[in-house]
Design a protein around this ligand. Structure first.
Ligand code: 2HG
Ligand code: ZN
Length: 432
């Protein structure tokens, strides 16, 4: 540790190499508390060149590296499980000037989503990806995990927002392609490859982001109650162009209090401008409609507070972020209780339009993954995906073959070997 610490300090300065127990500990555990590791040092470079220097030091000393952004991930992808050095990108937080003509901005990997969104606001622009962890989640981490979020039905996942990337590869070379040209058909899409690579192929240091028109306050938001998921889906199709369609159930809402709408299935719909007339949608049992921004925020709170409410239950949750084909969504929801061990608490919510459910199970110990196994196998059997938007991380790598063929995994390995032959970068995630 002495040599490593000294060598890292020679690159970034001693003040940016954190070795005290109490300072390191926040970087050693994921947000859910389910995945915990140990690191000899947290290193905080202040530029892409320093990132390259850190990787050179680690390579020469045989120390593997776990890149980490805001540490809001939910699959243990940023945890130093086997004593890796934690490479924190949070100091790369610069947000460049917004290019109004192109509707783009360049952000450092460590800039939070909220910081970029605030920088874009005066130009009437916004980031198309939004999520409840916006105040802590960093752009680099969101790219590395290809984060999805609350606006996916409209703007897609992070990959759709990326117009260019700067990253440091394992050999220390810096690949930088931040021009943001609308058309640029010049071979392999390295930016696209790095999206969702979970820190295994390179360390993202800056991102050229495409922005979208900011919606401002001219929105209508409604909580709408239905008697079944299928009814909610029919109404969603009748609801016109939506900005959001988020699904919740009484078990999750009850953790938060008495919701304004109570029904077996509650959906938050949002429209730009006015709504098409919520009571006229098919199958509506009950509804609360908001037009002012404070009323809208109050309705969104019921949705966004779910994750923290589950953490407050105590034991670290097992988080199973999955996609089902829309036609199989209601059958899957009905089957969830039978997949969970007796006595466990299960809370489900998600992004209705994407068929993306967040199955949270509280009760089984962190290292008992039998419930993960049961749920993920059921998802695969129903033609779904074992990871909708959170990634594979360490939590799901055991099951990668449920979603990827042998040939695909062999191709993954070939890419990994080519770009990171020594296994320097985030060795505990993605590939089984
Ligand atoms: C959400 O949509 C996030 O709320 C977190 O993706 C999901 O906490 C979860 O399981
Ligand atoms: Zn989500």
């Amino acid at each position: 540790v002495g040599d490593l610490e000294r060598a890292l300090a020679s690159v970034v300065g001693a003040a940016q190499v954190l070795v005290d127990d109490d300072v390191r500990s926040g970087y050693e555990v994921d947000w859910t508390g389910r995945f915990r590791g140990r690191t000899p040092a947290v290193v905080r470079p202040g530029s892409a060149d320093e990132v390259a220097g850190v990787l050179a030091v680690c390579r020469s000393l045989g120390a593997a590296v776990v890149p980490q952004g805001g540490n809001t991930g939910l699959v243990g992808g940023g945890v130093p499980l086997a004593g890796e050095v934690v490479l924190s990108l949070r100091r790369l937080a610069t947000v460049g000037p917004v290019d109004r003509l192109a509707a783009q901005v360049t952000a450092g990997a460590g800039a939070t989503l909220e910081a970029v969104s605030s920088a874009a606001a005066p130009c009437g622009l916004d980031v198309g990806v939004d999520l409840a962890a916006r105040g802590s989640a960093t752009i680099g981490g969101m790219v590395a995990t290809n984060a999805g979020g609350l606006r996916h039905l409209r703007h897609g996942a992070m990959r759709s927002a990326v117009a260019g990337i700067e990253a440091v590869l394992a050999d220390g070379s810096v690949v930088s392609h931040l021009g943001g040209l609308a058309k640029d058909n010049t071979g392999y899409d390295l930016a696209g490859l790095l999206c969702g690579s979970e820190g295994t192929l390179g360390v993202v240091t800056a991102v050229r982001l495409r922005l979208v028109p900011r919606l401002g306050d001219d929105l209508t938001t409604a909580l709408v109650g239905f008697s079944s998921v299928d009814d909610a889906l029919v109404a969603m199709r009748a609801a016109g162009v939506l900005e959001a369609a988020e699904v919740m159930f009484p078990s999750g809402l009850a953790l938060l209090g008495t919701p304004p709408v109570s029904a077996p299935v509650v959906v938050l719909f949002e429209w730009a401008g006015s709504s098409p007339g919520v009571p006229d949608l098919p199958g509506v049992l009950d509804a609360a409609v908001a037009t002012s921004s404070s009323q809208r925020a109050a309705l969104w709170w019921w949705r966004e507070a779910h994750t923290e409410a589950v953490n407050r239950l105590g034991p670290p949750p097992h988080k199973l972020d999955v996609t089902l084909p829309l036609g199989g969504l209601s059958g899957f929801v009905a089957s969830v209780p039978s997949l969970v061990p007796p006595g466990a608490t299960v809370v489900v919510w998600g992004h209705l339009a994407d068929g993306n459910l967040h199955v949270n199970v509280v009760g089984p110990p962190p290292d008992d993954d039998s419930v993960d196994d049961a749920v993920l196998r059921a998802v695969a059997a129903a033609g779904g995906s074992i990871s909708a938007e959170h990634g594979i991380g360490t939590a799901k790598k055991r099951w990668l073959a449920l979603g990827r063929s042998e040939a695909e995994i062999a191709a993954f390995r070939a890419v990994k070997r080519a770009l990171d032959p020594d296994g320097l970068l985030n060795p505990n995630v993605l590939l089984p």
